[in-house]
Structures are given as structure tokens and as C-alpha cells.
Design a protein around this ligand. Structure first.
Ligand code: PLP
Length: 342
């Protein structure tokens, strides 16, 4: 369905003409030899943007987080992450399975933060019965909400006090920065490592970047090779990521405005409840009567609008392939559906 208005995720974006041209024109080389100039440019650009020394182009956000765990931790150590954090819940248990690193989950509060007293209490004392706590992972944005900067500062102090490494799953960190009106490096520079997705709202077809110190990235590169992630003339893909970093960060504010418009429009539909958030980026969570979900999704599909019906609240994600007309049409379609159903 080519002309669909697809709210399922910001991963559904297709490379634009400009991006495809950049890919076609990219100078390439063998990246395992360090010879690919486009990959090298992408890696330094990402590092600079995120306030880190070096970067590593990786296949996915999952690979970026796994490499962070592998690189920061040794076998028999543990990392702390939220119970709803992607790096704990949605990466197949890779930290445990492939790194032999135990996760120590801490319940996320509604705003995505982890109560720092609970984190402190979970840090293990030096006792040979216990795993060695090595790493604290946060996620920003968390379900579309940026973490407060004061919170990041407090978490960093705690990590430093307890000699924990501090990793950010910044899959959508550029959304957070744009929404908060700060540079990405203001957020990224607080961490020992940051992974960020190129393949979500930034519109690249594939890839994430893992960033950190020179020494950290050197070791992560070794793990990436072991995972089969050493690739060759991959500048053709890095060019898309580079294009995304050069052209598609500032425009994320449009996605955020669209999400706001969508939330405001849907708030007028009596049968819907819109989840409130301190600061909305590109996601709107909408609750409705469970019995209507499937039927609504089918109705929407008939109007060329794609929504996922397997979760309530339904997550609607705005991105660069949805324009303002698409938002207006969607609000109208929701209104029509409930008018018809009434
Ligand atoms: C999407 C996402 C990832 C993983 O990215 P993939 O490229 O899909 O592996 C990690 N963390 C968060 C918060 C994400 O949203």
C-alpha cells in the first residue's frame, strides 16, 4: 500500500530522492580496512553531534546496545536498565545470552525515569555471591517523552559515585534534543556511550551509530567484527545516515507539531483517551474500548491509514512521510468511525 498514511512506527520511512542520490554518489571503500570515506565521515559526524570522541556505524539499535553491554561489561557483571527499556525487554535478552551479562531491571516510572534511590539500592556491594554492577543504561526519548535534563544530571552523579559506566539508548535522542531546544551533544556528552538510530525519524533505510571514547569504540569495533558486523563497501548505506544527520534533524520539529495536532484533534473524540505527557515528541498513545480496536484498524485501513491494533493504548507515530494533510485526514477518519459506530 504505497500511498498509505502509516502511523505504525517512524521506522517505516522510505529514503527520499535526495537521500537516494547521496547513496548513489557516495565514495566507498572496504570498511573492514577502515577505507570507506563515507563511513568514516558518518562516524565522526555522529560522534561530534553527540559529544563523543568516536563513532561506529552498526546495523541496528539492537546491535548498538548489545555492543555497549559487551564493551562496558565483562562476563559475570551486570547492567541496570528499566523494566520497559528496549535494551532490557525488547532485544531478545542479548546482554544475557551473548554477553553473559546479567540485567538488573528497575521499574520505570511513567515518565521513563528510574527512581535513583532504587538504582542505588540495586547496586551490589563487593561480595563474591553477587554479580558486579558495572553499567547504568537510560533510554531517551522514552515512549516519546524526553527525560528531564536535571534527572540526567542526577543520574550521572550517581553513576560517577558508584563507578558505573553510563550508557544512553538514544534511539530517538535527536527527537529529545529538538523538542527540548538543546543540542544533541548537551544530552549525549553526559554519557560514556550513546547509541542513536538513523533508521527511525531520521529517515535512513538502515543503521544506527554507537558513539563513545576512542578507546571504547576501538574495543566495540572488535566485538562488532565478532558479531559478523564488519562490512565492506557500506558507505553506500552510511551515505543515507550522513544525509539524515545533515538534513533531517531540525525537521523533526515538524513531526512533533504533527503529533501535537493529532493529539489535539483526537482529544475532541469522546470515545478516545489521549495519554498525557510532559513533552510530546513524535508519539501519541490513544486508549479506546478494547472491543473496537480491530474494527477501527480495519476501517482506517480502508481509508489508507495504517495503525497497529494489537496494543491498547494504540501508538501513533508521526514521521517525515506524514504531512499535515495526512494528520487532518486521520483526525477526520477517527471522527467518522465513531460517528458511524454511534
Ligand atoms: C528501535 C529502538 C531500538 C532498536 O533499534 P533497532 O534498529 O530496531 O534494532 C533500541 N532502543 C529503542 C528505545 C528503540 O526505540
Amino acid at each position: 500500500m504505497d500511498a498509505a498514511i502509516d502511523f505504525r512506527s517512524d521506522t517505516v520511512t522510505r529514503p527520499s530522492l535526495g537521500m537516494r542520490k547521496a547513496m548513489a554518489d557516495a565514495p566507498v571503500g572496504d570498511d573492514v580496512y577502515g577505507d570507506d570515506p563515507t563511513v568514516n565521515r558518518l562516524e565522526s559526524k555522529a560522534a561530534e553531534l553527540l559529544g563523543q570522541e568516536a563513532g561506529l556505524f552498526v546495523t541496528s539499535g539492537t546491535q548498538g546496545n548489545l555492543l555497549a553491554i559487551l564493551t562496558h561489561c565483562q562476563r559475570g557483571e551486570e547492567y541496570i536498565a528499566g523494566t520497559k527499556a528496549h535494551a532490557y525487554l525488547e532485544e531478545g535478552g542479548g546482554g544475557a545470552v551473548l554477553a553473559s551479562v546479567q540485567p538488573q531491571p528497575i521499574e520505570n516510572r511513567a515518565d521513563g525515569t528510574l527512581d535513583l534511590e532504587s538504582v542505588r539500592a540495586a547496586i551490589k556491594p563487593d561480595d563474591f555471591h553477587l554479580a558486579i554492577t558495572r553499567l547504568l543504561c537510560l533510554e531517551n526519548t522514552f515512549f516519546g517523552t524526553p527525560l528531564p535534563m536535571e534527572y540526567l544530571a542526577e543520574a550521572k552523579i550517581l553513576a560517577t559515585e558508584h563507578k558505573l559506566q553510563f550508557h544512553l539508548d538514544g534511539a530517538r535522542v535527536f527527537n529529545a534534543a529538538v523538542r527540548c531546544g538543546i543540542t544533541p551533544r548537551t544530552i549525549g556528552g553526559m554519557f560514556d556511550s550513546v547509541s542513536a538510530c538513523l533508521s527511525k525519524g531520521l529517515g535512513a533505510p538502515i543503521g544506527s551509530v554507537l558513539t563513545g571514547s576512542n578507546e571504547f569504540i576501538q574495543r566495540a569495533r572488535r566485538w562488532r567484527k565478532m558479531l559478523g558486523g564488519g562490512t565492506r563497501q557500506v558507505g553506500i548505506l552510511a551515505a543515507a545516515g550522513l544525509y539524515a544527520l545533515e538534513h533531517n534533524i531540525e525537521r523533526l520539529s515538524q513531526d512533533h507539531e504533527h503529533a501535537m495536532l493529532l493529539a489535539d484533534g483526537l482529544a475532541k473524540v469522546e470515545e478516545l483517551e489521549i495519554q498525557k505527557t510532559a513533552q510530546r515528541t513524535n508519539m501519541v498513545f490513544v486508549s479506546m474500548s478494547e472491543s473496537k480496536l480491530q474494527d477501527l484498524a480495519e476501517f482506517m485501513h480502508g481509508r489508507g491509514i495504517l495503525v497497529t491494533a494489537d496494543e491498547n493504548p494504540v501508538r501513533l507515530v508521526t514521521h517525515l512521510d506524514i504531512d499535515q494533510t495526512g494528520i487532518q485526514n486521520t483526525v477526520e477518519a477517527f471522527k467518522d468511525y465513531f460517528r458511524k459506530a454511534a
